[in-house]
Ligand binder design. Structure first.
Ligand code: FES
Length: 375
């Protein structure tokens, strides 16, 4: 069986695609690493990053990446501007015990986002890993709410594979879930053929995470699921389309209406930012393709059909009034409970289909038909 290499040599010359290149870190990258890692989004989605993040942390990080090359445990690259060599981000292949257990991780500095940097870097490094390190599979684990990272993965050809419960721990050492994506050589080849690949231009396609060439369209949603009061309602301005990104969810609040604007692979749609189970905000849940995962009770919903994909752990009534028993993510039988009003409430809570606000794009703005809002 092929084992992890004793030592990994960085590609020479460095890999590059259009405006970016990837190369090993250098000590003079430390200041840029410190600056980037002050970003709350990087700190939010990468629990390993210390808070506060200091010069010493960055120096340790740069030294760790160089040591990892030497030890053959990891191939860690700085993502840099191909012209100026300034640091744009970081990307690493973590080499597992065999070529089916490699994983990728990345971050991009705030100033370098929305230019396709991450997608280009993921493709470059993935290809190099398949060709030079004989990888057979590449995994990505990301936190369920980190939809920007997930959109980068999908744009690069990765496929959503599921939710790994208690995969990680947060800064308080509490277990947290992770969303798992996988990439095989076939996925990468298919992405190249279907236009998800950047090719020589490196631009992200419609599903891209930060590609300026993404084309905004409105998703077709079932007419019968239009929200009450929207049929003859006026269109109301919600957001600039340029502020939205493929593969992300955005909460828009107007008066007492909390809306969820989602850019799915089928297009943009507008629904309520309320779980159809017990009203938790879906915007802080996870998005994988067309499916949103509620942050409470494990409920999952198909955003384009409005249907429940996975009932909440509490059980209850589905949209058609059929009863579903409680269930446990561990597979263990839920504890039996004595009769109580709480138990009755859970049993009789109906998980309805999602409701939609008809939307359109006019002059670069997203508009939706909303019921008349209170002054
Ligand atoms: S509130 Fe969303 S699954 Fe319970």
């Amino acid at each position: 069986m092929m084992q992890m290499p004793d030592r990994v040599e960085p590609p020479n010359p460095p890999l590059r695609d259009g405006p970016i290149a990837v190369r090993p870190f250098r000590p003079d990258d430390v200041d840029a690493v410190v600056a980037a890692c002050q970003d709350p989004e990087i700190q939010r989605w990468i629990p390993l990053i210390p808070i506060p993040y200091t010069d010493a942390d960055a120096r340790r990080y740069v030294m760790m990446t160089l040591q990892a090359w030497h030890d053959g445990t990891s191939a860690e690259f700085a993502i840099v501007d191909a012209t100026t060599d300034l640091l744009l981000g970081s990307i690493g292949l973590h080499l597992g015990p065999n070529p089916r257990r490699y994983a990728i991780g990345y971050w991009v500095a705030p100033a370098a986002r929305r230019r396709g940097v991450a997608v280009r870097a993921v493709r470059l490094v993935s290809r190099w890993g398949f060709e030079r390190l004989h990888m057979q599979r590449l995994s990505l684990w990301t936190l369920p709410g980190n939809v920007a990272s997930q959109a980068v993965a999908e744009a690069a050809g990765f496929r959503f594979e599921g939710l790994a419960r208690n995969w990680e721990t947060d800064r308080d050492d509490q277990p947290i879930d992770a969303v798992v994506f996988g990439l095989t050589p076939e996925d990468l080849a298919e992405a190249s053929q279907t236009g998800r690949d950047a090719g020589s231009s490196g631009e992200a396609g419609r599903r891209g995470a930060d590609g300026p060439s993404a084309v905004a369209t409105i998703a077709a949603v079932p007419r019968e699921l239009h929200a009450a009061g929207t049929r003859a309602a006026p269109f109301v301005d919600l957001a600039a389309v340029a502020a939205l990104r493929p593969g992300t969810m955005t909460r828009v609040t107007l008066a007492d209406l909390d809306l969820l604007v989602v850019w799915t692979p089928d297009g943009i749609l507008v629904t309520d930012d309320r779980c159809p189970h017990m009203s938790a905000p879906l915007s802080v849940g996870g998005l994988a393709g067309n499916v949103v995962a509620c942050p409470l009770h494990e409920g999952q919903f198909n955003l384009c059909t409005g249907e429940t994909v996975q009932m909440p752990t509490t059980g209850g009534l589905d949209a058609d009034g059929r009863y579903h028993s409680p269930w446990s993510p561990t597979g263990a039988l839920p504890k039996s409970e004595p009769p109580s009003k709480k138990l009755d409430a859970r049993r009789l809570t109906r998980v309805n289909r999602l409701r939609y606000y008809p939307a359109r794009i006019r002059d670069g703005r997203l508009e939706a038909q909303l019921p008349i809002l209170p002054e």
